[in-house]
Design a protein around this ligand. Sequence first.
Ligand SMILES: Nc1nc2c(ncn2[C@@H]2O[C@H](COP(=O)(O)OP(=O)(O)OP(=O)(O)O)[C@@H](O)[C@H]2O)c(=O)[nH]1
Ligand SMILES: [Zn+2]
Length: 191
Amino acid sequence: MNIIESNIANLPTKHGKFKIKAYKQGYQEHLAIMSENFENLDVINLRIHSECLTGDVFGSIKCDCQKQLELAIEYIAKNGGLIIYHRQEGRNIGLLNKVNAYSLQDAGKNTVEANLALGFREDEREYSIVEYIIKDLGIKKINVLTNNPAKMKFLEGLDVEIVERIPTIVEPNCYNKNYLNTKKEQLGHML
Ligand SMILES: Nc1nc2c(ncn2[C@@H]2O[C@H](COP(=O)(O)OP(=O)(O)OP(=O)(O)O)[C@@H](O)[C@H]2O)c(=O)[nH]1
Ligand SMILES: [Zn+2]
């Protein structure tokens, strides 16, 4: 795996002070956002956040991504840990395909059916960069902020001790209710 790494830099945010490191794998760039006390933590609170530009940046309420990201940033600012900003937009079908999937959802398909109709699997994500970052930062013990069983399964296969899963449950609204239901029923999310 050919990965290019940046140096570590300071990243003051409105949530608190963090450190940031970037990783380039192929054409895609991912981020590790660490709390200031990262080096001194025994157990790292870890959020693998899958990129959702529409939610994370534009505040879309079709999904729960922005709220989950906020929740994770606040939690990690307070308790220490790491956010891996995993740039696999749209469960790794990319932004253009995700917008087409949204268009199919406007016409009545659910989030899984829309992916399948476009010729993709329900979830195209893979987590090799996450394994690389965990090793690179010398992480041995984690609490995992997620509701996604696929992320748990991936982490369970690594040489890292999982102490606890911390749910990242977000209050549903009328626009994401069906999406969250499909995640629970068809993607197995622990909601
Ligand atoms: N293809 C597709 N991707 C979507 C859709 N809605 C959100 N996403 C993407 O789904 C990813 C987030 O997945 P989620 O299922 O919300 O959460 P998760 O990362 O699997 O699990 P958590 O750790 O519990 O948040 C991001 O990459 C979003 O861009 C959609 O309708 N279609
Ligand atoms: Zn989203």
